[in-house]
Design a protein around this ligand. Structure first.
Ligand code: SER
Length: 336
């Protein structure tokens, strides 16, 4: 019998690195897949495959060699990057996801046991048509404003729907109903890590501002001071993924859940950064398209259902996020 593993795609990315650290203590064998090598300090924690999730032969080979108990499918092109290369974004964010969903569905059927497929979606699935609509919408619940204005948002929403298809409807015409995969998705706000920086996202202005200030580098923020979106500390992001994966199936009433922590304008973010690093040089140079993306995302997302169904609650609200997680760890990282 092939080896049982937890597969993490995009494992060398921001969420991936944090997730590998957490999962490593849990005793499962971790198989990581990424275009990049794992950072040296994490390398001993997993069996790593350096390769692309778009590589059909490679995904097939993984399916032949390993029994996948749980898949955390993190690999993606983020929102700004996806606008530069929409066709590539679709290939990576959607087509490759279908390859993995197919594999998970096939293994679920063959073993008569559901493979868990955990997918980080995003507030980018929402699309508000104007600043007035954004202000009026407030904290958006899961079923409203599902009209993304970005390739990335459309990709995330598509995979949510495809995951639900494979989990609930796939092979409906078969005589023997198959054991279907168990698909669970989270819609994240902008995640902020004290240890890594995002690449190619649009919520990046927050973490970029903070990491630049801690290094004594000037930073030109690419959105207006009033631009407001929800954020979350990376440890809470990882906690949400693990909690959702562990939740009893019977408790879940949705396949995609909002999770949020606090909502902040770029100016309020800047004030928090200045309070910790008073010499920081932060200016505003809004970028038309990136500003447009942020304007289309909600000011906040309503996570009541996650709280009610599986006990979601962030550990790091606004104060703790800055005072106990971000600032001390970032100071230490850059040794200020
Ligand atoms: N952080 C992501 C981005 O900015 C949103 O999910 O693309």
């Amino acid at each position: 019998m092939s080896k049982h593993v937890v597969l993490i795609t995009g494992a060398a990315g921001e969420i991936g690195q944090a997730l590998v650290r957490e999962l490593a203590g849990r005793g499962s064998h971790i198989l990581t897949l990424d275009l990049a090598e794992m950072p040296a300090e994490l390398a001993p924690l997993s069996t790593h495959i350096k390769g692309s999730i778009t590589d059909k032969a490679l995904i097939q080979q993984i399916g032949e060699q390993y029994t996948l108990d749980t898949i955390y499918h993190l690999a993606a092109l983020l929102s700004t990057r996806a606008e530069h290369s929409p066709a590539l974004a679709h290939e990576v964010n959607v087509d490759a996801s279908v390859l993995l969903l197919e594999l998970a569905a096939a293994q679920s059927t063959a073993r008569a046991q559901a493979v868990k497929f955990i997918f980080p979606s995003s507030m980018a699935v929402y699309g508000l048509p104007s600043l007035e609509a954004k202000a009026a919408a407030g904290a958006v619940p899961e079923e409203q404003h599902l009209h993304p204005a970005t390739m990335y948002g459309a990709n995330k929403l598509a995979v949510e729907l495809l995951g639900e298809y494979y989990a609930q409807h796939y092979m409906r015409l078969a005589e023997q109903p198959p054991a279907r995969l168990d698909f669970r998705a989270l819609r994240f706000p902008g995640l902020i890590s004290a240890f890594t920086l995002p690449t190619g996202g649009t919520s990046d202005f927050g973490p970029e501002m903070l990491h630049a200030a801690a290094q004594g580098r000037p930073y030109a923020c690419f959105v207006r001071p009033d631009a407001t979106i929800p954020f979350m500390a990376m440890p809470d992001g990882v906690k949400a993924l693990l909690q959702l994966a562990d939740a009893p199936r019977a408790a879940l009433t949705r396949s995609a859940y909002n999770v949020s922590s606090f909502s902040l304008s770029a100016e309020a973010f800047c004030q928090r950064v200045l309070a910790a690093f008073p010499d920081a040089e932060i200016s505003y140079q809004p970028h038309l398209q990136r500003q447009g993306i942020i304007d289309s995302w909600p000011m906040d997302i309503d996570d009541d259902t996650a709280r009610a169904n599986w006990g979601w609650a962030p550990d790091f609200g606004l104060e703790r996020c800055f005072n106990e997680y971000l600032i001390p760890n970032i100071r230490q990282r850059y040794q200020q």
